[in-house]
Design a protein around this ligand. Structure first.
Ligand SMILES: C[S@@+](CC[C@H](N)C(=O)[O-])C[C@H]1O[C@@H](n2cnc3c(N)ncnc32)[C@H](O)[C@@H]1O
Length: 276
């Protein structure tokens, strides 16, 4: 767009869609990703039988009191990429350091996997805890904004792509029953994780889950704009006990956001500790 010119109606509408999505779930579409957004919107608009993107937009903005149509759109936009045994080093640090210490002190620890997708992350944590006979001492809660992802997590069944990391075969053979089309988790382990549909940008919804000793929020904040990351990190910090730990993805860093959490290096993994 040349300086001073008006955006075309369609690019203005696209901006409107992008704002709506960001308002609802935090996912930010940078201007260079708007083509991707446009193509997903066209698919959704056709699926819903709308005459045009304009009528679809109008419906979302002005005639979707229950939010059902917007939820459908968000289901189509979220990226559920996850698999068992992903980014193991910080999970091992968490289990062998903080969680083992809390359980040995006689207290039951609480851990939240925020943005758990289809459940492979909290279930990997459950495997590590069970292997060390710590599982009974830790309450595991997992949440995602996507109803479909949580339904899948609750089913305890996983596709072949969930097993793409081959490094933890002993854990996989102990806790997963594999077949030609995927895997089923040991029901005892599955029962140890409570899966909930919760939008982590919603402070009221997040607060219903209670307070935790550690929160995993990995490969979720990358989809948010910087100001949103800071707000969400502050919300997650509110859901941590003093000295609680926040674990983000290995390619994510919170240092440039100036959060009140202090970054600690533990054997090559970076974890963020709540100070007060
Ligand atoms: C790429 S997956 C990461 C899954 C897992 N944490 C991992 O690292 O393997 C990102 C997940 O974040 C979820 N998500 C995105 N925005 C969210 C929000 N506002 N509240 C809760 N979950 C959200 C998506 O639905 C998706 O399942």
């Amino acid at each position: 767009m040349s300086p001073g010119s008006q955006p075309s109606v369609s690019s203005r509408m696209l901006m409107g869609f992008a704002e709506l999505v960001e308002e609802k779930c935090g996912i930010h579409y940078r201007s260079e990703d708007r083509d991707l957004l446009a193509s997903k919107l066209e698919t959704q608009s056709l699926r819903g039988g709308y005459e045009s993107l304009f009528t679809y937009y109008d419906r979302l903005r002005n005639d979707d009191a229950e939010g059902a149509e917007l939820r459908e759109l968000i289901e189509a936009l979220v990226i559920h990429e996850t698999y068992f045994f992903r980014e193991m080093a910080p999970l091992l640090e968490l289990v062998d350091g903080t969680l083992a210490g809390i359980v040995q002190s006689g207290r039951r620890a609480r851990v939240l996997s925020a943005g758990c997708s289809t459940g492979e992350e909290p279930l990997t944590l459950a495997m590590l805890l069970d292997e060390r006979e710590l599982l009974d001492g830790v309450e595991l809660v997992a949440c995602d904004v996507s109803t479909k992802a949580i339904a899948r997590a609750r089913s305890g069944k996983f596709g072949r792509r969930a097993l793409r990391d081959d490094h933890s075969r002993p854990l996989a053979s102990r806790y997963l029953t594999t077949s030609y089309d995927g895997a089923t988790i040991d029901p005892r382990l599955h029962a140890a994780v409570r899966f909930e549909v919760v939008n982590i940008i919603d402070p009221v919804a997040l607060a219903t889950l209670g307070t935790f000793d550690a929160i995993l929020c990995r490969n979720v904040l990358i989809y948010f704009a910087d100001d949103r990351v800071l707000r969400v990190v502050n919300l997650l910090a509110n859901s941590l006990h003093t000295s609680g730990l926040l674990v983000v993805g290995v390619a994510e860093s919170l240092l440039r956001f100036g959060t009140p959490m202090v970054c600690e290096e533990q054997h090559g993994s970076f974890l963020y500790r709540k100070q007060r």
